[in-house]
Design a protein around this ligand. Sequence first.
Ligand SMILES: Nc1ncnc2c1ncn2[C@@H]1O[C@H](COP(=O)(O)OP(=O)(O)OP(=O)(O)O)[C@@H](O)[C@H]1O
Ligand SMILES: [Mg+2]
Length: 259
Amino acid sequence: MNAKISFRDVVKTYPMKDGTFTALDHVSLDIADREFVTVVGPSGCGKSTLMSMAAGLVEASAGETLVDGKPVTGPGPDRGVIFQQYALFPWLTVRKNVEFGLKLMELPAEERRRRAERAIELVGLSDFADALPKTLSGGMKQRCAIARAYAVNPQVLLMDEPFGALDALTRVQLQDQLLDTWSQDQRTVMFITHDVDEAVYLASRVIVMAARPGRIQRIIDVDLPYPRTEEMRLSPEFGRIRNEVWHAVYHQAPASSAA
Ligand SMILES: Nc1ncnc2c1ncn2[C@@H]1O[C@H](COP(=O)(O)OP(=O)(O)OP(=O)(O)O)[C@@H](O)[C@H]1O
Ligand SMILES: [Mg+2]
């Protein structure tokens, strides 16, 4: 497999008063170039920790994380990160927030503007391009944060529960629009969610993690073609996969009795 992101035997431990806490216990996973994977699992199973390693924000205690076959040593413009909590500059307009990431890339002003415009349009915020974040709803702020990541046009998108705080309708719209840009721009996406429906709808593979210690419990293939449609959500096949993921997440055996 042509792996874009490889986690190889990754271990993450934290020192505790009474010994060490193992947040990730020998996790190995290859994500193919242009693949869309989702990661689900109970709170505290290490989803964010794993993704932060690919982002270059957290160092492993053992093992390594590779992007394009090279060890990750820090953040880079090839990887865009979107967190659940939108982090916008309150004193900058939507447009300036979106352009901010591009300034670091030293693009000409005209190109910056063009890219920001397109990203803002993609997330449906064109009418609010000159608004300040404090005048936007939570969902609109999150769309602005998403536009900022899209504008950089990274090869890899790392998304940590990006739609978690959004209402159901906005969420479904952003899911479809994310799939659109993913198929057009040929990105690799690693997407963390607590929502099993969302995990199945978006991904070609769902990575199910387990806690204590954090590890990969199962990987479930989603054998539904792209583009995904509303009808698919209601199909028996979708229901079957969703039940399988649900079962893997919510009926986990403790580590000691796991195979
Ligand atoms: N800096 C730290 N020091 C000590 N323990 C930490 C630290 N960061 C994370 N942990 C622990 O590592 C485990 C994994 O955390 P992580 O945030 O990756 O979980 P998660 O799967 O993303 O959970 P959630 O679904 O709640 O976001 C948790 O038990 C957490 O308490
Ligand atoms: Mg998390």
